[in-house]
Design a protein around this ligand. Structure first.
Ligand code: APR
Ligand code: PHB
Length: 389
């Protein structure tokens, strides 16, 4: 088998990269070790920046997003006694969309299977070879158990945090930065109409809570919990109880309903540099993880592959190496901006049990809710900065 760009991993990063390259006349093959059903059922975050929406629409996979996505013009920041609305269009001229990453993935997969380039599910034993040459290759076992070799001009490592690509890049030298936070998020999906127009990010002495949604009938809610908590210990009643406490506001109540999904996710920041070794390029979670508080994970993956697609087209169609040479530095500049913003949101909103920390957090929240400059800084980062910012 031969292709121009071999793509490892069919998450949003790999699928969108394949789509962007196909539109520019570059051949790709996408290799995914899970089944289509598994990939399409994974529940992940749900906020899309303006740039992400524009990119998906321009790539021809935005029809359902435009029909079913919910445009949001701000967020509510809450601390006891106060719920303050940040108006994003007024602060920075941009808004965001609520549309689940699961739905983005389904739209990309159906576009790919509808006459797009090969997308192979349930492959195994994926390894890369000769990435320091101009003819790298990927070895893998296909879904029928047959060993295959895919000859490539370039390889994209979009295989997420636990993939095989990052270790290959790091083996040639590089470094990683990691921060593990002493909190986790317990997330639920519920068949309950959201009781709020905008997402609510709530600080409470007991811990952070986030009120989000997926549609006019489905709510997505999160609670800060200790990372050692087990999901079996959290009955639906216990969860609703804690949510009611943390979102409490006079004259307002959350809407409850049947819980259809429940899980606990750890929170970490992680950055791996460089994002390239020879003809192997990393993008998305393969190179970096942010805690979900800033809603940046998917948007960063989309920004990476937007840069990478342009760089690969320039390399493979025009034989210019300038953009592949600058890819890692340009991508990492944005990665660190989003890493800082996600860390800052996380630090402002999650309680540690320390009274001094709590007073600093409340002071910061009051500042964001009273100063236009402070609010604008949050709004600009939340709605997404320009690609090279
Ligand atoms: N071979 C083939 N595929 C692999 C391998 C492997 N060895 N290892 C992992 N994969 C697949 C995973 O099964 C997954 O489908 O790579 C894909 C990586 O997808 P994601 O984890 O969704 O990562 P990415 O596409 O970078 O998307 C980033 O996802 O995790 C969220 O918060 C993150 O929203 C962000 C987005
Ligand atoms: C979500 O809806 O899943 C969501 C929204 C905002 C965040 C994180 C997750 O900051």
């Amino acid at each position: 088998m031969r292709t121009q760009v071999g793509i490892i991993g069919a998450g949003p990063a790999g699928l969108l990269l394949s789509r962007l390259l196909t539109l520019q006349g570059i051949d790709t093959v996408v290799l995914e070790n899970r089944s289509r059903e598994y990939v399409e059922a994974r529940i992940r975050a749900g906020i899309l920046e303006q740039h992400t929406v524009d990119t998906l629409v321009a790539a021809g996979v935005g029809d359902r997003l435009r029909r079913e996505g919910l445009e949001h013009s701000g967020i509510h920041l809450q601390y006891p006694g106060t719920r303050h609305t940040l108006d994003f269009p007024a602060l920075c001229g941009r808004s965001v969309w609520v549309y689940g990453q699961t739905e983005v993935t389904k739209d990309l997969i159906s576009a790919q299977l509808d006459g797009g380039p090969p997308l192979l599910f349930e492959v195994s034993d994926v390894t890369t070879e000769d990435v320091d040459t101009e003819s790298p290759r990927i070895r893998f076992t296909d879904g029928d158990g047959v060993a295959q070799v895919l000859e490539c001009d370039a390889i994209a490592g979009t295989d997420g945090f636990h993939g095989v690509s990052r270790p290959v890049v790091q083996a040639a030298g590089g470094r990683v930065w990691e921060r593990t936070y002493p909190y986790a998020w317990l997330g639920i999906l519920a068949d309950a109409a959201p009781a709020t127009d905008e997402l609510i990010y709530a600080w409470h002495p007991e811990g952070f809570a986030l009120y989000s949604m997926r549609s006019p009938k489905v709510s997505r809610l999160y609670l800060q919990v200790d990372p050692s908590e087990k999901i079996e210990d959290w009955s639906d009643d216990r969860i609703w109880d804690k949510l009611a406490t943390r979102f409490a506001l006079d004259g307002w109540e959350i809407n409850t309903g049947p819980v259809t999904d429940k899980s606990i996710v750890p929170m970490r920041s992680f950055v791996s540099a460089p994002m390239r070794r020879g003809r192997l390029f990393l993008a998305g979670d393969a190179a970096h993880i942010v805690p979900p508080t800033g809603a940046k994970g998917l948007n960063l993956a989309v920004a990476d592959v937007t840069l990478l697609a342009t760089a690969l087209v320039r390399l493979l169609s025009e034989r210019w190496t300038d953009l592949v040479d600058s890819y890692s530095d340009r991508a990492l500049a944005r990665v660190w901006r989003c890493t800082h913003f996600s860390w800052w949101m996380t630090s402002m909103l999650h309680t540690s049990g320390d009274d001094f920390d709590a007073e600093l957090q409340l002071s910061q929240l009051r500042r964001v809710c009273s100063s236009e400059a402070a609010a604008r800084e949050l709004a600009e980062n939340y709605t997404g900065l320009p690609l090279d910012a």
